[in-house]
Design a protein around this ligand. Structure first.
Ligand code: 8YV
Length: 328
């Protein structure tokens, strides 16, 4: 680092406590009005920063990184997913990239469960009905949903979040199935009483619930393609708290409309913040605005991780949450 205090550009408004500590430690440029930065502003940021702190709303692609100055050495992402950063370009330019894993695992798993309960039990629909004063009182055959207990859940991506979902789901009486690049250790499988499916297709065709908990990478883009979505049983519910791009959203919408898929609980969308208007018109979906990690505690913990990653890096050590960057 050329100066004693590195220049840190933060692209969005972070919790006050995190911004204050950053101000104490570094020469910081904050985004006080929290507007999502334009590509012009991002280009300017990478030109001036020693350290960039982006979020999921910043597309740090090769074109932006090509404009970075020699000074940009670290991208300390505020968030676990790094699919908005062109890692190949960053690697080429010798830029270290860090993220904030672990601290949003439990919150995201909670949100996954919330959606898993909300869709088959029609929570959002019932609440909408009550508020619109259309409720005429209890009736034996009205607003019936589907039981959760005793059903099968197929988890796509059995990493930290997938396992945290499995632990919760087991408590709700769901039997756990999963598809992952690698089979998890036997001790984890035993604890979760989980069944491994090497074939995603085979698993999809047999599940009552499917939860997407894998990262978005070139290999998982549209992993749930139209062909795969058609394998689901007509009563199946699909939950996505990972990334919208993993599901072909148009195909999902069509299959939900035609009743070939039972329901969906989505916290993420393929073209955020845009949401397919046809999805908004459906009753068998619960849609949330990317709130999986949105807890006060989680956002502070994420900020702490960013601080630690920057501080260790500028002090000449290997930051703990490296996605990219040599151990020195
Ligand atoms: C974060 C997320 O809020 O961490 C992630 O990957 O998807 C979110 O829960 C967001 O990424 C912050 O940048």
């Amino acid at each position: 680092m050329p100066r004693s205090k590195p220049t840190v550009v933060v692209t969005r408004k972070l919790p006050d406590a995190i911004e204050t500590r950053m101000m104490e430690l570094f020469d910081v440029k904050l985004n006080l009005d929290d507007h999502p930065m334009s590509s012009g502003e991002l280009a300017e940021a990478v030109k001036t920063a020693d350290v960039l702190v982006p979020t999921v709303t910043d597309k740090i692609d090769g074109r932006i990184l090509a404009q970075s100055g020699e000074n940009l050495r670290l991208i300390a992402n505020y968030g676990a997913g790094v699919d908005h950063i062109d890692l190949a370009s960053a690697r080429q330019r010798g830029i270290t990239v860090t993220n904030t894993p672990d601290v949003l695992t439990e919150d995201t798993a909670d949100m996954t469960m919330a959606l898993m309960l909300a869709v088959p039990r029609r929570l959002a629909e019932g609440e909408r009905m009550l508020r619109s004063s259309d409720w005429a009182g209890w009736a034996p055959t009205w607003m019936l949903g589907n039981r959760i207990y005793g059903k099968r859940l197929g988890i796509i991506g059995m990493g930290r979040i997938g396992q945290a979902v499995a632990r919760r789901a087991k408590g709700f009486g769901l039997s756990i199935h999963y598809h992952n690049r690698r089979q998890v250790p036997e001790s984890v499988e035993n604890e979760l009483e989980a069944t491994y499916w090497e074939s995603l297709d085979q698993m999809l065709a047999r599940m009552d619930f499917v939860s997407v908990n894998c990262p978005h990478t070139p290999a998982t883009y549209h992993l749930l393609s139209a062909r795969r979505l058609k394998l689901l049983q007509p009563h199946a519910t699909i939950i996505n708290t990972a990334r919208g791009e993993i599901i072909d959203e148009n195909a999902l919408t069509r299959l939900l409309q035609s009743g070939e898929i039972g329901g969906a609980g989505l916290d993420v969308f393929e073209h955020e913040p845009a949401v397919n208007p046809k999805l908004l018109a459906l009753d068998n979906v619960v849609l949330l605005p990317h709130m999986g990690s949105a807890t006060h505690e989680g956002r502070l913990d994420m900020g702490e991780k960013v601080l630690i990653n920057i501080k260790t890096f500028v002090d000449g050590h290997a930051p703990p949450d490296r996605v990219l960057g040599d151990v020195f």
